[in-house]
Design a protein around this ligand. Structure first.
Ligand code: IMP
Length: 428
């Protein structure tokens, strides 16, 4: 029996998980998403094409790889069917390789309205949600009111949908939300639900267990990132799901003892979209440089991302809380040309130096160390491919930066990404 590997983000999302899953997917016979929903945007580039996946797992481009949308995911029928249509238009047949858990919850159009109403009510304290209805859908799941994929096939689905919609409309009225009777996209939702019924659903926990029993390689693909986790992220500025390795257990039906390698993805710097504390955020030219050069604009919402230096204190916390066994550092090329780079080695909290994640991250100010920068031409560094990666030696500054991260986190950096393409990847 094999174990399931986990791949997840160690920062505030957007670390480049899609690319790493895609690079590694050929090794896996099964890739499963375990949490989140269309708030995610996993970008994958190959053969000159670029795809952004929101709910479909990133193994969809790998022939023979089964892709599972796990029970921990919340699925928006409209967006999901659009995503599949986009893949079909690009010449893929995603439904052949896709199974959705019957236990996965549905996002209704009224969940999206509730998301917007909740943000509106919060005013200046808003979370900066992607407004995809994620929080309200998970609230219905926890409140035991939600509708699941399996419910689509029951005779009384329409009545149950009507009942939940009416409840949402009462909530919207209480929140002074425009006209709760007006539900944009309801027709599109009902049509998408009809199509969704044709897709393959199953009790996917059994499929995953069977794959492991047969000795297949299974990958659990996380979305968002550790610092957006509902329990251990920078609450309340978090998402509503469990983004940690432990979320792969509850979100797929795996036992904790069945987890294998846990790959933690991080960028050579930090970014954040939406509100909430970000100790190493840059408000100067260095921040603008990173944003422009790294194309740091949201793949789901297009919002400019907040940019800052790498936060080693937060990274070490993320490695600890996930039990990360290997690291993948993304976008090392973006910092090319900087004479010096900074790393947050500790926080100052209440006047004291601390290497712990505080209860309230907004109380932390960063304590930096400065390191030599690096510069390289990715095409020179890369005179190879995945099987025969970079023949040129890594620049000294970058090498030292990686060693410092490894020393702090106690885990090796096995993969360094120096560009968006599959082959722009160095293995260590
Ligand atoms: P929600 O999950 O849409 O409710 O958003 C909650 C917070 O998480 C907001 O700050 C979002 O910007 C952030 N967020 C949600 N999904 C992602 C993601 O995939 N990448 C980066 N940030 C995200």
């Amino acid at each position: 029996m094999t174990k399931a590997d986990v791949l997840l983000g160690l920062q505030w999302g957007d670390e480049g998980k899609g690319k790493v899953v895609d690079v590694k997917a050929s090794k896996y016979q099964l890739v499963a998403r375990f949490q989140g929903g269309p708030n995610a945007g996993h970008t994958i580039s190959f053969e000159g094409k670029k795809f952004v996946l929101h709910t479909v797992p990133s193994g969809i481009f790998t022939e023979g790889c089964l892709n599972i949308v796990g029970n921990g995911v919340v699925l928006d029928p409209i967006g999901f069917m659009k995503e599949l249509a986009g893949l079909r238009a690009a010449g893929f047949s995603p439904e052949k390789q896709l199974v959705i858990s019957r236990r996965a919850h549905l996002i209704l159009p009224t969940h999206r309205l509730l998301d917007a109403a909740s943000e509106q009510a919060k005013g200046k304290e808003k979370i900066g949600s992607t407004l995809r209805g994620i929080g309200p859908a998970y609230m219905d799941r926890t409140g035991r009111n939600g509708l699941r994929m399996g419910d689509l096939l029951t005779a009384d689905f329409d009545q149950r949908y009507g009942k939940l919609k009416a409840k949402h409309q009462r909530l919207l009225a209480a929140m002074d939300w425009g006209n709760p009777e007006e539900i944009p996209d309801e027709q599109a939702f009902l049509e998408a639900v009809e199509k969704l019924r044709q897709l393959k659903t199953d009790n996917t926990e059994y499929l995953i267990q069977e794959a492991l029993n047969q000795g297949q390689n299974v990958l659990a693909e996380g979305a968002q990132g550790t610092l957006l986790d509902l329990e251990f992220g920078s609450y309340p500025f978090v998402t509503s799901s469990n983004t940690l390795a432990s979320g792969a257990c509850s979100g797929l039906g795996l036992a904790p003892s069945q987890l294998g390698n846990i790959t933690g993805i991080f960028k050579a710097y930090c970014t954040r979209v939406g509100s909430g504390p970000f100790p190493t955020e840059l408000f100067d030219a260095a921040g603008d440089f990173i944003r422009e050069k790294g194309h740091e604009f949201g793949s789901t919402t297009g919002r400019p991302r907040r940019c800052g230096w790498l936060d080693l204190t937060a990274l070490q916390y993320a490695v600890m809380i996930n039990g990360v066994t290997e690291l993948a550092m993304m976008k090392a090329d973006v910092l090319c040309g900087m004479k010096e780079v900074k790393l947050c080695r500790a926080y100052r909290v209440d006047g004291k130096e601390s290497r712990q994640m505080p209860f309230d991250l907004s109380t932390a100010t960063p304590i930096y160390e400065t390191m030599e920068g690096w510069d390289f031409d990715p095409s020179e560094l890369l005179q190879g491919d995945l099987a025969n990666p970079g023949k040129t030696e890594m620049p000294k500054g970058l090498q030292k930066y990686i060693e410092r991260i490894e020393q702090c986190c106690g885990v090796p950096v096995r993969l360094v990404s120096i560009g968006p393409g599959r082959t722009e990847t160095l293995m260590r």
